[in-house]
Design a protein. Structure first.
Length: 379
């Protein structure tokens, strides 16, 4: 196995601390210095003349949204900037208007806050997906097997968080649409990670820019099919409320908009670095990490999509069976070994997910594999 090359100048673009190795970009992202500096300039501008800044904010937000949506291949007039995937999921489900008899189909790989948004509004039917299902077609069949006459909405990951599996594909979305089901795609990981992040044509799609799009935290895009646009509620009805979607959703009175306004800088940075080269590098690093971890006794790599910058493996049975156990193991790996990774819980035994990003080096995954072998020995 040859180790992937280091991305030249990659680490210098970030201000990451050195007490741990950050192999978990997928959870929260990391803001690159040029984007943080762009946001700093916006904060300075706001401090120098708040009136001018806030009076001009709605138009600048629209401009930022147009740049971001265009970059992702979404319709700028059918998309709104929102805080994050969790907010987007809540808004999408409110726009649909669910009754307590309606069923929302999710999978057991779905993200906690997003599934909870559905559970607060309707009956959730959870499709179990064995993490080792061999391919997208097996996933598609398992999801369709969960459809009942009462299924109103399918709320599916594009890229699942714990397991880095592709769930929502254009084929599956078309199958669901044929059955009259409203489709909502959680594309939290897609912007920046995939060249074509929109996963077909769902009724609602949302993605975080702060994960793989190098945006400041709190930047996400929600795109909505035409028939639902005037039903998306404003999270905080304010001065733009009369103007309708998307401005009514975006403007929330006097809050800090500098993250959204700086977000296009993240996508510009990705383009300057060469988006295809960054994606190739990130997925090669994640693959390298997963190959090293797969050599440890009891670790089983999950089927993967080799475009993705994250890879997941099952841990030996009996470890990380519950959320509490997974948090304890995650913190032990961070505190004792010095690595940030995602540990995901699963009945019977959970797993580990590693990410690759331009600030990472092959040597970090080599050290992780060596240290984890010692930690897991005898457990
Ligand atoms: C698949 C998925 N959906 C939703 C979220 C939630 O994102 P946020 O905290 O930005 O709302 C995450 C976060 O990791 C995720 O992985």
């Amino acid at each position: 196995m040859t180790s992937p090359p280091i991305f030249p100048g990659g680490a210098e673009l970030f201000r990451l601390g050195t007490s741990v190795a950050h192999l978990n970009h997928g959870s929260f992202g990391v803001v690159p210095i040029p984007v943080a500096e762009a946001q700093r300039r916006l904060l300075d501008e706001s401090a120098a003349d708040p009136d001018a800044f806030f009076l001009g904010a709605p138009d600048r937000i629209a401009e930022a949204r147009t740049r971001i949506a265009t970059h992702l291949g979404a319709d700028p007039t059918g998309s709104a900037l929102v805080a994050n995937a969790t907010e987007a999921a809540n808004l999408a489900l409110d726009a649909i208007g669910l009754g307590s008899d309606d069923e929302v189909l999710v999978t057991d790989h779905g993200y906690g806050t997003v599934v909870a948004a559905a559970a607060r509004r309707a009956r959730v039917v959870t499709v179990p997906l064995d993490p080792l299902l061999p391919d997208e077609d097996a996933v598609r069949k398992a999801v369709l097997a969960g459809v009942t006459p009462r299924t109103r909405v399918a709320l599916l990951d594009h890229i699942s968080s714990p397991t880095a599996r592709i769930v929502a594909t254009p084929t599956l979305l078309a199958d669901l649409r044929e059955r009259g089901i409203i489709t909502v795609v959680d594309g939290a990981h897609a912007p920046g990670a995939l060249a074509e992040p929109l996963a077909g044509e769902p009724d609602f799609w949302f993605g975080n820019l702060h994960k793989w799009g190098y945006a400041p935290p709190g930047t996400a895009l929600l795109t909505v099919a035409p028939r639902f646009r005037d039903r998306v509620p404003a999270p905080v009805p304010s001065w733009e409320d009369e103007r309708g979607f998307p401005r009514s959703v975006e403007y929330r009175a006097t809050v800090d908009y500098t993250g959204w306004l700086a977000a296009p800088e993240g996508l510009d940075l990705l383009d300057r670095l060469g988006a295809a080269a960054v994606r190739r590098h990130n997925s090669a690093l994640a693959a390298y990490g997963a190959e090293l971890l797969a050599r440890l006794p009891g670790l089983t790599p999950l089927p993967y999509d080799d475009r993705l910058p994250m890879r997941a493996l099952r841990l030996p049975p009996g470890l990380a069976r519950t959320p509490e156990e997974s948090v304890a193991l995650r913190e032990e790996i961070a505190g004792r070994l010095g690595f940030r990774v995602l540990i995901w819980p699963w009945p019977g035994g959970g797993g580990i997910r590693v990410s690759g990003q331009i600030y990472n080096t092959p040597e970090e995954y080599e050290r992780l594999a060596t240290a984890l072998a010692v930690l897991l020995d005898g457990r």
